[in-house]
Design a binder for this molecule. Structure first.
Ligand code: NAP
Length: 500
């Protein structure tokens, strides 16, 4: 039986216990979002859960990104679960290893490992009209009622297409696939890319005295947020009075979710303030030639803002050369730039980012009509509220298309998505609905909402970035994170097709 509107008479019967059932939910990915989803589902009593994780440990991005200098660019006291505040952060911007330790502690405290199947790469998920069937290359893995992709929006490394790269005789790897144990101290190292990752990596290698060539195609604006180390006394005080850390987290939450978000989406004091801070920061580079090389061609906030006070002093060091002439090709010995110069290198590191539209991929998701989600999304990605894809019932994403991508705590906004998913599954379980699917018109309305905000954003000033498509449609939410939380807060079941 299918119902378009919640509250139909049949629901009453179900509420009386007739059709309620205990759903099984599979979560893919044991990163920050997948772990939180598991914790919250269990808390709601929906404890028939399993997490499939391709690696052998939890932590997602913080397990994988081990490059020198890796840190979070959102202040630490704002970058933790609301229900598991960490008063012990050592720096304003927590270092990657420290965040990974936090993830391990949370996994232990909530005994998450008992529901995680490690070392299992899900390759396909097929919906049969009622249940999702999960597969690995070895064959059938599991059958579940609900499927949550907590695979992270940025998990598939993007590599530059450079002619001759295969001929290069040195080591080459992506920043997210760090070659553990490699000693760069006696090597000539080239880093390609200067986004959030490249900036952290270049600064760290430069300060280690590595012989470094940074290939920067487009310099980015850098907001001067110092990564201060908290003193021992300061940390003792925050541990003794954790409300101080929470208050700091709330302040940073306000600053990032309002000042940064509003600077992107409207032309007010926030944009002027952040722009002038970035321009002042750039102006502090004394060498005019270096300053010219590092001057971005676009407006501050066009790309996701980079946070650092370490980068400019680091690249001013003698062991660093910034190359702005584009890369033409690679050879056995190194990289040739547009001026024809060969930069001889022993190692090339790609800090070239991620495929911003990978989402569930490389997992192949197929609905009951045999349609693949990858194909459906070929022209335009889209999920109602960034979570529910029409045509793919009982499948939900954390961090899907048009979820926030700005300078915010991914943990903080993911919590709203995770809570929303818990509500949806609980509603279905209590009311005997075995299938829930967003209506296409609900998605259209959501996408219209995202699109209608574009004309007042900074992005119309002539920006290029990894989250805009060629038609000017951003892959990110175009409001504040608070507005996003608001649309997720109470699921509107009239926007869904429900079936028992
Ligand atoms: P990114 O922002 O996409 O930057 C990629 C860089 O590589 C850009 O400088 C880009 O230049 C360059 N590039 C790409 N292809 C190139 C080519 N063929 N030749 C030359 N240069 C090329 O990637 P990311 O720095 O890894 O950051 C991605 C996202 O990860 C961030 O925005 C953030 O969301 C997240 N992140 C977060 C943290 C954190 O602390 N929380 C840290 C690192 C990353 P163009 O600009 O010219 O394309």
């Amino acid at each position: 039986m299918q119902s378009d509107i919640a509250g139909s008479p049949a629901m009453g019967e179900a509420r009386n216990g007739k059709a309620a059932y205990r759903p099984r939910t599979a979560i893919i990915g044991a990163g920050a979002a997948g772990m939180m989803q598991a914790i919250k589902l269990r808390e709601a009593g929906l404890d028939d859960i399993v997490i499939y994780e391709k690696a052998n440990e939890v932590g997602g991005t913080w397990r994988e990104n081990r490059y020198p200098g890796v840190a979070c660019d959102v202040p630490a006291h704002h970058y933790n679960y609301s229900f598991e505040h960490n008063p012990g952060w050592s720096h304003r911007l927590a270092l990657g290893g420290e965040i990974q330790s936090y993830m391990l502690k949370v996994a232990d405290k909530y005994d998450l490992r008992r529901d995680i199947v490690f070392g299992t790469k899900v390759t396909g998920c097929r919906f049969d009209g009622r249940k999702w069937h999960l597969e690995t290359v070895e064959g059938h893995l599991d059958t579940v009622d609900f499927l949550v992709a907590a695979t992270g929006p940025l998990h598939v490394p993007a590599f530059p297409r450079i002619e001759g790269l295969d001929d290069f005789e040195g080591a080459k790897f992506h920043s997210a696939q760090w070659m553990d144990g490699i000693d760069l101290s006696d090597k000539r190292v080239g880093v390609i890319g200067s986004g959030s990752t490249g900036t952290q990596l270049i600064a760290a290698l430069a300060n280690q005295g590595v012989d470094l060539t940074a290939f920067i195609r487009t310099p980015q604006w850098i907001f001067p947020l110092p990564n201060r180390r908290f003193g021992d006394m300061e940390r003792k005080i925050v541990r003794a009075m954790p409300w101080i850390g929470r208050a700091a987290g709330r302040f940073y939450g306000w600053f990032f979710e309002h000042v940064f978000a509003e600077a992107v989406i409207k032309n007010g004091w926030q944009r002027k303030f952040l722009s002038s801070m970035c321009k002042w920061h750039l102006g502090r580079i004394k060498d005019p030639e270096l300053r010219r090389k590092l001057t971005p061609p676009d407006e501050p906030l066009c790309k996701r803002m980079v946070m650092s006070t370490a980068f400019y002093p680091a690249v001013s060091r003698r062991n660093v050369e910034i190359v702005r002439d584009g890369i033409v090709r690679a050879t056995e010995q190194g990289i040739v730039d547009q001026s024809g110069r060969l930069h001889e290198l022993d190692v090339i590191i790609f800090a070239t980012g991620f495929d911003a539209r990978a989402y569930h991929r490389p997992i192949e998701l197929t609905n009951a009509r045999g349609e693949s989600l990858t194909k459906v999304w070929e022209g335009q990605t889209g999920a109602h509220l960034s979570v529910h894809v029409p045509g793919f019932p009982n499948f939900m994403l954390v961090g899907g298309p048009h979820s926030p991508r700005g300078n915010f705590s991914a943990i903080a906004y993911s919590e709203a998505i995770v809570d929303h998913i818990v509500k949806v599954i609980k509603f279905c379980a209590e009311n005997g609905y075995h299938s829930i699917e967003a209506k296409p018109e609900a998605l259209d309305e959501f996408l219209q909402k995202v699109k209608s905000a574009v004309p007042s954003t900074i992005w119309i000033s002539g920006c290029t970035n990894w989250y805009m498509d060629e038609n000017g449609m951003p892959e990110t939410w175009t409001g504040t994170p608070d507005a996003y939380r608001e649309i997720l807060r109470e699921p509107r079941y009239e926007e869904f097709k429900l079936a028992r």
